[in-house]
Write a protein that binds this ligand. Structure first.
Ligand code: GDG
Length: 459
């Protein structure tokens, strides 16, 4: 088996493989003597000019350092103040600065330099996510010819949004150097093809094969999953249910999201407010637990979403709370996975209502955590990649608080039979297309894509 080299912004440095991506890649990394390369996590004053080895995992882990200037330009700047808002349909939140783009290019070039001595014939490289778009181009420029694949975890923007980038042509040139582009949803593959057709020179050769910037590239959809069997077990063994119930009340709705403007939290709070206004019988009968650990706190848009959501939840609580009931519990602290699993299982309704989302793994975790005899109901935004496959959820438009409030009321009153029917269909998909299925399907497709003859530039 050829050696797998995974590259991502962050190197997974925890002792336990807690993240789904680590679980997904661990087998392939272990069995092929593979390597995971990523950023060490903290900018440093004197970055080393070599990769650091981190022992203690079943595969080799190598990290690179970044200085403060590169970290700010590449990570906080181009990645999270330009690409993230753009890919989530919020070009108005972009902060375009030439030094961000320069820093972004510089980091991929640096990572390519640092990787080079570690690469050998027969390797395959799998680059993860929007922080490292230029990496294949940089590696190819240094003479690397092994298969290089790419997976985008977030949505791909359509032509109108792509045109708002400072460098749309360059984006498509970066992408053209990969053998296989993986997307979360058909929506993203469609946006990629249409944006590259309008803003670059893309020509479709088939549904999944394209000519772009003089090269041939394969592009396909691989919806990411979770480690379903582990999560089902985690939820079954979750802390004592009676204790959870006394903590959470009889009927609970749950939301679990990084505190991010793409996750639609203000809209969710407004819908809950409408639910209580139009269904006074639910007062003291239902509560809403929102867990939202903050991220990227030094980016201004994240400070704004924190203020907005704190203000809104405070307002709803002020309007409806009684002496022995608080409608919304809004918690900014992260919880251990097994506690989350238990809370999902306890919640009658799972709220996954992003305005834009690559996939959304919380939707899958919520389904996996349910008791199959008495399962809860998933309310899912049509703008999550998950909505393409999880069609038995209550699918809603998160911009419409009335529709969302009606779905909440429908979920509260849904019969056990209907809940079981929907849940068993959803669970089947979550189990069949789990994270192991995702990585093995992707890697098989990469092998195939890379076997094709390389096109010449005049073809
Ligand atoms: C990106 C894309 C795509 C959250 N709070 C806690 C906690 N979490 C865990 C959840 C879930 C993960 O974090 C979040 O994953 P999502 O998929 O919901 O969203 P993003 O972080 O935005 O991820 C997304 C994903 O990549 C994978 O491709 O699905 O669309 O945006 O697993 O459970 N985990 C713990 N405590 C918390 O408080 N332990």
């Amino acid at each position: 088996m050829s050696r797998l080299i995974a590259v991502s912004n962050r190197l997974p440095l925890g002792v336990n493989p807690s993240g789904g991506l680590v679980v997904a890649l661990e087998d392939a990394l272990k069995s092929s003597g593979g390597v995971w390369i990523g950023f060490s996590g903290e900018p440093s004053e004197y970055p080393a000019d070599h990769l650091h080895e981190h022992p203690g995992a079943a595969f080799q882990r190598l990290s690179f350092d970044l200085n403060v200037e590169d970290y700010e330009a590449y990570y906080l700047g181009y990645s999270n103040s330009i690409l993230w808002p753009l890919c989530h349909g919020r070009p108005n939140l972009m902060e375009i600065r030439p030094e961000y783009l320069e820093g972004y290019r510089r980091v991929s070039a640096r990572v390519a330099d640092l990787m080079l001595p570690h690469l050998r014939e027969g390797d395959r490289i799998w680059v993860q996510d929007y922080q490292l778009f230029p990496l294949a181009a940089e590696l190819r420029q240094r003479g690397v010819t092994v298969p290089i694949g790419y997976f985008l975890h977030i949505p791909f923007p359509g032509p109108a949004d792509c045109a708002a980038l400072p460098n749309p042509g360059e984006l498509f040139d970066w992408l053209s150097h990969y053998d296989l582009l993986g997307f979360q949803a058909q929506r993203d593959l469609g946006n990629f093809a249409e944006s590259a057709r309008q803003l670059a020179d893309l020509k479709p050769l088939s549904d999944s094969r394209f000519r772009l910037s003089g090269r041939e590239v394969q592009a396909q959809v691989f919806p990411i999953g979770i480690d379903a069997s582990a999560f089902i077990e985690e939820a079954r063994q979750a802390p004592d249910e009676d204790r959870m119930r006394s903590l959470t009340g009889a009927r609970m709705m749950i939301g679990v999201d990084r505190l991010d403007y793409s996750k639609g939290l203000p809209q969710r709070f407004r819908a809950f407010q409408l639910l209580l206004e139009s269904n006074p019988d639910l007062i003291e009968q239902i509560s809403f637990l929102q867990i939202a650990p903050p991220t990227r706190e030094s980016v201004a848009a994240y400070q704004d979403i924190r203020e907005e959501t704190e203000h809104l939840s405070g307002r709803v609580n002020g309007q409806f709370a009684t002496l022995n009931w608080t409608p919304i519990r809004f918690i900014h602290r992260p919880f251990p996975r097994n506690v989350l699993a238990g809370l999902y299982r306890q919640a009658r309704i799972g709220l996954v209502t992003p305005l834009a989302d690559g996939m959304n793994l919380v939707a899958k975790e919520y389904v996996a955590a349910q008791d199959v005899v008495d399962p809860g109901v998933l309310i899912l935004s049509r703008f999550a990649g998950a909505a393409e496959t999880m069609t038995d959820a209550l699918i809603i438009n998160p911009h419409d608080p009335h529709e969302m409030a009606e779905a909440m009321a429908e979920a509260v009153h849904m019969t056990p039979k209907e809940r079981r029917r929907r849940h068993s269909a959803l669970l089947q998909g979550v189990v069949e297309q789990d994270v192991g299925w995702w990585s093995s399907t992707y890697l098989a497709a990469l092998e195939k894509a890379a076997q094709r003859p390389v096109a010449t530039s005049d073809g």
